[in-house]
Each structure stands twice: as C-alpha cells, then as structure tokens.
Design a protein around this ligand. Structure first.
Ligand code: PLP
Length: 405
C-alpha cells in the first residue's frame, strides 16, 4: 500500500494561490466574542435595532405582488437598471460624474474588491495599501498572489508623501485606500493628501481603488471630497448598502470607466452570474419611497452618541501612555496601547473579563503589536460604558506589569 498522503478531493493538493492563505484572524476572534456574556467591540457590525426592517418587509411584499416572477428570474450581470440609475444619481450628489453604464452591482463591496483583484492583478504585482489596512482587502490581494507594499498612516490617513520612498522608481499595479473613517483606524484622508494622491496616481498611471463604505456616516466635521470627484480618470470606487441599510442584503457596487466595468462584468459572470435579482429589485423599490436622509440622520445621531460614550470611558479609564483616534464618523476607533503592552495579551485578558476588542496586529503588513480596534456601533451606551471600564482595568494592569519589568 502507498505510504504517500492520500490525494483525494484536493485535500492535500491545493492551488498555489491558496498556499499561506489563512482564515481571517478577525473572523476567528469574532467567534470568541460571539457569546452573549461578552461585550463585543470586535466586529464591524451596524446596530441591528436600526435596520429598517418594516420598510424592507414592505418593499419585498410589493416586489412579490407587482413583479414576483421577474424578481425570481435570472438577471443581467451588470445589475438591475433602476438601481444602477439610483446609484449614479447618488454619486452625482457627491460630485462624482457617473452614468448607469459605469456602475456594476456587486454582492457587497467585498465582491468588488475580489473582481478588481481578479481583473487587474497578476502574481507578483505590487499593491500599495495603508498600514494598517482593511484585512479582507489584503486577503483578496494575497489571494491573487500580489505583493503588498504598506505605506504608513497617521491621524490624517495615508502618508502620501512617503509613496516615492516606499515604492522606489517602479510603479505598482494598484493602490488601495479607504479615505473616509478607515477600517480599522477611523481616520480620514486629509484633503491636501487626497489631491496629492490623485496627482501622483495620474503621473505614474496607477489605478486607485477607493473603498468607501462609511462616507455617508459622517456625524461631525466637514465632508471631504471623494477621490473619484477629484479626477475623471484613474479612480475605481467601491460603495455598499451594508452600512446605510443592512449588510444581509449583500448589495454593493463598483463605479469605474465603462471599459473597465465591461471587464469586471465578464469576471463577475463566471463568479456568480449576477447579484440576487430579488434583493436588487426590492432595495430599488425601497429607495423609491424610503426616507433615506431621515434614516441616515438617525444612524449618525446614535453612532455619535455611542462614539462619545466610548471616548468618555477611555478618557476616564485608560492609563497614561494610551492614545486613541477621535473619528468624525464611521464605526471604529483605534487605540494605541502604552509602551510594552501587547495587543494579543490584552485581548486574552479582556475576553476573560467579558469584553472583546480586536488586536490590531492582523491589520498590519509589518509586525506591530501596539494597537486595538474598537467598534462602537453595535453596543448600547450602557454596555459601552461597562465594557470600556473593564478594558481600562485590563490595560492598566498590563501597563503596570510592563513598566515594572
Ligand atoms: C473597508 C471595507 N471595505 C469593504 C467592506 C465590505 O463590505 P460589504 O458588506 O459591502 O461587502 C467592509 C466591511 O466591513 C469594509 O470595512
């Protein structure tokens, strides 16, 4: 009998592109944080009590009553026409020139990331990302065997001035950025840096992938111009209904030049043919009558209160040497631990006290263990107060142990 490991159903022999790909560290952490006794600041979940459930129920009922068969039929890959029109009009309000033919409906912005990776990246291509960056984007680029190049960020977002030093003379294949209320750091890209980034990309002919799931959730400060509004060329923009309506409908979009949309459409065809016809039609119907502005105002108000509660708790409970960002919108803030305190050790100690942050290290390309990501959208103010107090105790103990070493 052969002593070789059995090669059956691909269990021992995987495609090269799968080598070294691990399940998302954050998704694994979320499993720990799922228990109801744990106050979780770990996920990136919107507040479920604010989902417009009744408006969805009504929109789905109307869709079944008026266009049931069409909503259950296969649809075109590009997406449902009226929904593409609605998105183009919404982008125009943000100063972005867009027509429906420049919109591809995707199954969440996440699929947009995957399609852009599939269409633009060859193995060993270089992709510029922020340090830290959105983990599931980094995983997509790794999946296409790209080489990630990290550019450091600060309180004003990516350090665009560092690009030449980090990259050297050869242009990368793609630059990925989350300019508004970034995941994980909560920071927004400074207006001057935006212009500089777009100019740099034009000079070096590097496509910029602008991922903006959180821009509509600004609760203070002045709106910043999206990268796609600063240039007619060179920016591929991802959007999503996940954070403004509900993530479970899995509806997002890519906005790009029509030539690229055609390529992305081919890639989507062999990925999933099209995004759910039923969900597209129901959301399109919902948007005809739903008070989206009123709903966004409510989201902004509640998330702002929760952010303020978290900031207040951090102020009261964190030891000297701890710093954190003060995001003007979005779902996350980013905390820098005192010197010598390790993110994973804090995570373990915190979970045993019934509170779960996310260690910051998985969001970095380099080795970096000084940060935690804290989500403030998914817990009530009472639970935020309680959870941050517990976290403050954990960090204080860890800091005193570290300084006593
Ligand atoms: C920066 C960023 N991009 C994309 C996504 C994916 O969003 P979607 O639910 O639209 O797939 C997320 C989700 O949290 C995100 O934070």
């Amino acid at each position: 009998m052969s002593t070789h490991p059995r090669q059956f159903a691909g269990v021992t022999r995987l495609a090269t592109r799968m080598k070294g790909l691990k399940p998302s560290a954050v998704r694994e952490i979320l499993k720990v944080a799922e228990s109801p006794e744990v106050i979780s600041f770990a996920g990136g979940l919107p507040a479920p009590e604010l989902f417009p459930v009744e408006a969805f129920a009504e929109a789905f009922a109307q869709t079944f009553a008026k266009e049931g068969a069409a909503a259950l039929q296969y649809g075109v890959t590009e997406g449902f026409g009226p929904l593409r029109e609605w998105i183009a009009a919404r982008l125009a309000r943000q100063g972005i020139k867009a027509t429906a033919s420049e919109i591809l409906i995707t199954s969440g912005a996440q699929q947009g990331l995957d399609l852009v990776g599939k269409v633009l990246l060859d193995p060993a291509d270089r992709v510029v990302v922020e340090e830290p960056t959105y983990l599931a984007a980094a995983q997509v680029f790794h999946g296409y065997q790209a080489e990630l190049v990290g550019v450091p960020g600060d309180d004003q977002g990516m350090r665009v001035d560092e690009l030449p030093a980090v990259l050297g003379p050869a242009a990368p294949a793609l630059l990925y950025v989350v300019p508004e209320f970034q995941n994980p750091s909560g920071t927004s890209l400074d207006p001057q840096r935006r212009q500089r980034l777009v100019d740099w990309a034009a000079t070096h002919q590097v496509p910029v992938l602008e991922d903006d799931p959180y821009g509509e959730l600004r609760f203070e400060g002045v709106s910043r111009t999206p990268l796609a509004a600063l240039t007619d060329e060179g920016v591929i923009r991802l959007g999503t209904f996940s954070k403004i309506l509900a993530p479970g409908v899995r509806l997002g979009w890519v906005h790009a030049r029509a030539e690229l949309i055609k390529r992305l459409t081919v890639a989507k065809q062999f990925s999933d043919l099209h995004t759910s016809t039923l969900n597209q039609r129901a959301v399109s119907r919902l948007l005809e009558t739903f008070d989206l502005e009123g709903h966004l105002a409510k989201l902004r108000r509640v998330y702002r209160e929760r952010r303020d509660q978290m900031l207040q708790g951090l102020e009261a409970g964190m030891p000297a040497g701890t710093r954190w960002t003060r995001p003007e919108g979005g779902l996350f803030l980013w905390l820098e631990l005192p010197p010598g305190v390790d993110d994973e050790a804090v995570f373990r100690a915190a979970v045993s006290r019934g509170v779960a942050p996310v260690p910051g290290s998985p969001f970095f390309h380099r080795v970096e263990h000084r940060f935690l990501r804290l989500n403030f959208s998914n817990q009530s103010r009472e639970r935020i107060a309680d959870g941050i107090q517990r976290l403050g105790e954990v960090v204080t103990e860890a800091a005193s142990t570290a300084s006593g070493r």
